[in-house]
Design a protein around this ligand. Structure first.
Ligand SMILES: [Zn+2]
Length: 102
């Protein structure tokens, strides 16, 4: 996965195109990311300890990584991610400014 938790991403497909957010979690298996306030859907829930009121709540659904683009923390542009090998590990780099993205 190129996108990691904590990355700032721009939504480029789906119902929230243009929204930016910070990745809250990633799911390697499904290749999805969860971003707060992006891809919100209503969900009907029963009363439970977690939702004492029950009813309809807004919930952010995970969206596929292909629907988001990384925003480079260095140059602030929407970018693709490249990889660069150092002595002992791979580093992610911004393809626009070539800076390492931690
Ligand atoms: Zn950059």
């Amino acid at each position: 996965m190129k996108i990691r938790k904590g990355d700032t991403v721009l939504v480029i497909a789906g119902k929230d195109v243009g929204k930016k957010g910070k990745v809250e979690s990633v799911n390697d298996k499904n290749q999805t990311v969860r971003v707060p306030d992006v891809n919100m859907y209503k969900r009907h829930v029963r009363k439970s300890e977690q939702f004492p009121q029950g009813g309809i709540i807004d919930i952010a659904r995970a969206l596929h990584v292909s629907k988001v683009a990384l925003v480079c923390p260095v140059c602030g542009k929407q970018t693709r991610i490249g990889f660069e090998m150092t002595k002992d590990h791979k580093q992610r780099i911004c393809r626009k400014c070539k800076k390492v993205i931690t």
